[in-house]
Write a protein that binds this ligand. Structure first.
Ligand SMILES: [Zn+2]
Length: 242
């Protein structure tokens, strides 16, 4: 099929921003394709208007967002990591160097400078990937839980129960919560952010346990709890892209 033109389009939908590659071709219908790396492709007939194409994507936005999320679900953080010595990863706002070491035991260690992947066969990509991702999951669980525990103390007198932490890879938000079930879900990618940014997200979600919507009262509570929240939000948005 001859391609007539290709362009990248960006749409703000109720399920977050969707970036897609639009291919205009000599075809009859609008088609949607989502690759396993989360890239979205839309092909459309030559005579289709941009409005028609955009509203097609709008209608499918929930489906697209879920598909991207589930493709990325299996891969933590950097889905194009190589797991080789000298590679850099962002961890708690710092650039950390990866080291791969041949060892008789398999584990990951971190000394504040290097994240060292100890592995029997340094050439086995999947082995290193699993070790690293399991370690990163443990770090998310440990560090996020500590932050929640500390911040929760300030909400205890509002009768907010200690929330249960869930971890997910999400592409459209940093956190979400189900106040009536006592659950806070945090995006695993937050482990890349400075600690005060993670704290900001936890403050935001805990304020929802008292005010479920983004009402005036919600923001005044957040302001009392974390007067500097706008600054932290800005740092988060500047340092990490969702
Ligand atoms: Zn919110």
């Amino acid at each position: 099929m001859k391609e007539v033109s290709t362009e990248t389009r960006k749409l703000c939908t109720e399920h977050g921003e969707i970036v897609f590659t639009l291919e205009i071709k000599d075809i009859k219908n609008i088609n949607l394709r989502i690759r396993h790396n989360g890239e979205v492709y839309v092909s459309a007939p030559i005579n289709a208007s941009k409005d028609t194409i955009d509203s097609f994507v709008m209608r499918k936005s929930k489906y697209i967002r879920n598909a991207i999320d589930s493709f990325r679900q299996n891969d933590i953080s950097k889905y194009d990591m190589q797991y080789i010595s000298g590679e850099n990863v962002t961890f708690l706002g710092k650039n950390i160097r990866i080291k791969v070491k041949k060892d008789t035991e398999e584990y990951v260690s971190y000394d504040g400078i290097f994240i060292c992947i100890h592995v029997k066969r340094p050439d086995y990509y999947n082995c290193k990937k699993n070790l690293f991702n399991n370690w990163l999951n443990e770090q998310c669980d440990k560090i996020f839980s500590e932050i929640i525990k500390d911040i929760h103390e300030r909400f205890a007198h509002y009768n907010v129960p200690m929330p249960e932490l869930r971890l997910r890879n999400m592409t459209s938000r940093w956190g979400s919560c189900l106040p009536n079930k006592g659950i806070i879900t945090l995006n695993k990618r937050l482990i890349e952010a400075p600690k005060n940014c993670i704290e900001y997200v936890v403050y935001h979600e805990l304020c929802h346990f008292i005010h479920p919507n983004h009402s005036k009262q919600f923001y005044s509570l957040l302001q009392i709890m974390l007067p500097d929240w706008k600054n932290h939000k800005q740092i988060l948005e500047n340092s990490l892209l969702l």
